[in-house]
Design a protein around this ligand. Structure first.
Ligand SMILES: [Mn+2]
Length: 393
């Protein structure tokens, strides 16, 4: 059968063939060029497809020592990520120091730290950092200590929105409920087997040790209210992957720590002294020594039937601490608290729609309240908060 154009194609091949035999160098160069192009394309594709866990490990391997920096007052999610990243670093012989600013206050956070036996150092000033290479976990802009704004992070692993990026590595997955989910994925990317608490880890393989798996699972649980809130499919997948490595006994000790008498007393004051107007509750709990009891009291009040938004406030020293919760679409808690303290010089409040907090210097609140006797008028402030909650500002 005659192929249309077959004749001319054949003569073209002949022509090219004779051109090739006349100019072998050019043909060779063209072939080499094509091979180089193919190889570099393949390299680019391979690089694009390289999982994030492998990329982070490579970035860590390039440094001798790193600081894994948590956000101020680190929570289980931040601590778990720090432990996970430190483990990745140590697997490539990079020394990792865990650092944070602020305090580990909440009983759950303290239990997490104790049960997993975490070695963590504090930072008050940028010069306290143990190394110049900084890896941020669970936040993307350094904050909470003097000179934090001067830091240019080397790597960032986070699930919060924000503009912060790492110089060499950035992985922000804002659709995830926990940063621990991302770190769990890294171990999965690197084919690390989760090792149960009683199993003996194989000597040569890169594995996911039980304490890291337990920490990451609890990090996911605590950031998602035990997989009931703000979850993505990834949290469930990561939990399933971590499962085999989890130490149930330690997980229970972290999840159910002893609660101090003060926390319970503050909760009880918040409940008995509450003032309820409509579906809003505001409670003044007076003097506290552990300010972390205040948000816990707010959480507790939210369980009250019919209550859709709460604000609890109390005082430690010269500062009043506020904490608010809302499941009411009419109340954007962060903005409501901001509005409530708007007139008070030096006051600072804010947060999200469902959760907010703030601090008010008592001195300036007294002045702003116009109280001549210099006494803090809690009733006035409570009224202001109610006004802010009902959008009446
Ligand atoms: Mn988190």
């Amino acid at each position: 059968m005659e192929i249309p154009g077959g004749q001319s194609a054949r003569s073209l091949i002949q022509e090219v063939g004779s051109y090739g035999s006349a100019n072998p160098a050019i043909v060779a160069a063209a072939v080499v060029g094509m091979v180089v192009l193919a190889v570099s394309l393949w390299l680019v594709v391979r690089w694009i497809r390289r999982p994030m866990g492998a990329r982070l490990r490579r970035a860590l391997a390039k440094r001798d020592e790193v600081v894994v920096l948590m956000h101020p007052n680190p929570d289980p999610d931040a601590m778990a990520c720090a432990v996970g990243v430190a483990h990745l670093a140590e697997a490539v012989d990079t020394e990792a120091t865990l650092q944070y600013s602020g305090q580990v206050r909440h009983q759950e956070n303290r239990a997490f730290r104790t049960v997993l036996d975490l070695d963590m150092e504090t930072v008050d000033h940028v010069t306290d950092l143990a190394a110049s290479t900084i890896v941020l976990v669970d936040h993307n802009t350094p904050r909470g200590f003097d000179g934090a704004e001067r830091i240019e992070p080397y790597a960032v692993v986070d699930h919060h929105p924000g503009n912060g990026t790492g110089e060499v590595f950035t992985d922000k997955r804002t659709e995830y409920g926990a940063c621990s989910t991302i770190v769990a994925k890294y171990f999965q990317d690197l084919d690390a087997d989760p090792i149960g608490p009683d199993a003996v880890p194989p000597a040569d393989d890169f594995v996911l040790p039980s304490d890291v798996a337990t920490g990451l699972l609890y990090g996911i649980q605590s950031d998602t209210k035990h997989l009931t809130n703000g979850c993505s499919e990834a949290e469930f997948a990561a939990s399933a992957y971590l499962y085999r490595g989890v130490d149930e006994h330690r997980l229970d000790r972290i999840a159910n720590p002893q609660v101090s008498a003060e926390v319970l007393e503050v909760k009880s004051r918040a409940i008995s002294d509450r003032e309820v107007r409509g579906s809003f509750a505001v409670s003044h709990v007076g003097e506290v020594s552990n300010v972390d009891a205040i948000p816990q009291a707010a959480d507790e009040l939210m369980h009250l039937e019919g209550v859709t938004a709460v604000v609890v406030y109390g005082r430690r020293g010269d500062t009043m601490h506020l904490s608010g919760r809302s499941r009411d679409d009419r109340v954007h808690m962060g903005r409501a608290l901001q509005a409530a303290v708007d007139d008070i010089p030096g006051a600072d409040a804010g947060g999200h729609a469902r959760m907010g907090g703030g601090q008010v210097p008592v001195e300036s609140a007294v002045v702003a309240g116009g109280s001549e006797v210099g006494l803090w008028s809690e009733q006035e402030f409570t009224d202001d908060v109610f006004d802010a909650l009902s959008g009446n500002v």
